[in-house]
Design a protein around this ligand. Sequence first.
Ligand code: ARG
Length: 587
Amino acid sequence: MSMLTELKERFRKALTGLVDEPAELLDLIRGSQDPKFGDYQANLAMPLGKRLRRPPREVAAEIIKRLEIDDLCAPPEIAGPGFINLRINDQWLARRLSAAVAEPRLDVAPVASRRTFVIDYSAPNVAKPMHVGHIRSTVIGDALCRVLRFLGHRAISDNHIGDWGTQFGMILYGYKHFLDVEAYRRNPVQELARLYRHVRRLMDEEDNNPNVTTTDSVQAAVLAETARLHAGDPENRRLWEQFLPHCEDEIQRVYSRLGVTFDHTLGESFYEERLAPVVDDLLRRGIARESDGAICIFLEGHKTPMIVRKRDGAFLYGTTDLATIQYRLETWRPDAILYVVDHRQSLHFQQLFAAARLLGYKNIELQHVSFGTVLGDDGRPFKTRSGDTVGLEGLLDEAVRRALEIVSANDDAKPNGPELSTEQRRQIAETVGIAAIKYADLSQNRTSDYIFSYDKMLAMTGNTATYMQYAYARVRSIFAKGGVDIEQLRASGSPIVLNSAAERALAIEILRFSEALDMTVADYRPNQLTSYLFDLANRFSTFFEQCPVLRADTDELRQSRLLLCDLTARTIQKGLELLGIRVVEKM
Ligand code: ARG
C-alpha cells in the first residue's frame, strides 16, 4: 500500500460515523507543497465543516482525536482555517525503505483487484511510412501497458493496424502502373513506399487541377482498386497478400528500435468477415436503420448519425471498430478497452462508445486516451521544409546523431581522458537518443500539443530522459569509485539513518513511487510518472550536494547513504523501464 493509500485508510476509519460518503473528502489528502507543512496535508476539514455546519478547526480536532495514526505519523497539527498537517515518522520511513532494499518491486505492492485491459495503440495505416504522428500513440500506449502490468493488472496489447484501407488501393494502382520491377526485387519495402508517395503526389496534384474529371482521375482509379480488393478480386487479393508482409517488416523495424512489442496485431482486415453480420445484427435489433440508402445508427445527442454501411455497400472505420469490440469481449472478457488515439478522432470514439452501449456492452470501461499534436518550432504541425510529414525513422536517426555528439563531447572532457570506445559511444547514443524522444513525448500532459525540439529533449538538466539517465549513471559511478559490492550492501541489513532534511526528503520521495504509479493509471497519464521521476532526481541532486556519501563521517552513515543512492537508482531505472526507456551505466 502506498503511503498515501495508507493515510487514506486511516482517515476513512476516523470518518466513520461522521460522514457516509468519504471518498471525495479522502481525495483531499495530498502531498504537501512545502516540507514545513509536513509531508502530507489533509484539507478535508473545511468542506466537512460546511457539511456538518461546524467550525472547520473544531472538525479537524475531532478527526485528529479519532485518528489512529501513531505508528505512522507524528501527532498531526492543525494549521490555518483547518488544514491537518501530517509528518511521517522517521522510523516508519526507515522500516519501509529497508523492506524496499530487499524487494525487487521496491515499495510497490501489486493491486488487490486485478483488472483486464485491452490496449489499442500505435495502429498505423501500413503501406505508408510511419511518421512523427505515430510516435505518441506508440510510446504512450506502451508505457500504459507496462505500468498496468507492473501494478499486477492483465494488459493485452493489440495493434489495430490499418491494413485494409485506401492506402492499399494506392499501392495497388501504383504497382500496376509505375512499378520499377528491379527496385521491387531488391527492396520491396522501399519500392512500395516510393509507389505510395508517387500516387499520393498524383492525387494531391489532382486536388489542385480543375481539369481532371472525376471519372478518369487517379483518385477514382484508386478507389476502384480498393473496392476490387474488398470485393474479393483474386488479382488484388493476391497482391495485397504479397504486400502485407513487407508492410509489416517496415513497421517492425521501427518497433524493434523503439523496443515496443505487441501481444496481438489484429488489423482491420482481420474483421472483414465480421462486418456484414455486425450490420445485420444492428438492423435486426433495431439499433440501426436505413436512411437514404445507407445504414445508420442514430445516437442521442449527436447531430450526425454513425454510418455503418454506405449506399454503395462499403463498410466504414466505425463498423470495423464495432466488430473489434465484439471480438475483444468474446476473446478476452476485458474490464476496460483503452484506445490511445489522436484527439482528432474523438467524435468517432464518442459515437462508437454510444453505439456499443446500445448494443448492450455496459459493464466495460471504454476509454479514448486521446492526445494532442506534435508541433514544429513554428507552432504548426511538425513538417519537413518541403512540407512533407516527418518520417519516424529519420527522426530517430537525428536524435541518435545528436546524442552521439553529446556523449562524445562529455567523454572527451573527462578529467582523466576519454573512457568509452567508439562502439560504446555508439550504443549509448542509440539508447540516449531514443530515450530523449520517448521521454519528451511522455512528459507532456498528453492532451496538450507540444513542440518537438531536439535541443530541449537532449538537455542534461531539466525534465528530460538525459537528466534521469545521468542521475542513474552518477550513482553507478559512485559505486564503482567506492568499490562497493552492491549485492553485499543490500544483504547487509544496515539500517537507514535519516538525520538531515535532504536525506529525509529523498527518503519520502523514494517511497512515493507507488503513489506516482497509481496516479499514472488513474487517468492514464504517463506524465505523472515523469514528473515524479524529475522530483526524485532533483531531491537526489540536493542530497548528493549536501551529504557526502563515500566520505560520510561514520561507517553506518556511509552504508545508509549508499543504500539511499541504490534505492534512488533502482527507482529511476524501474520508472524509466515502465516508460519503455533504458538506462546506461556510463555516459
Ligand atoms: N489506423 C487508425 C489511424 O491511423 C487508428 C486506429 C486506432 N484504433 C482503433 N481501434 N480505431 O487513424
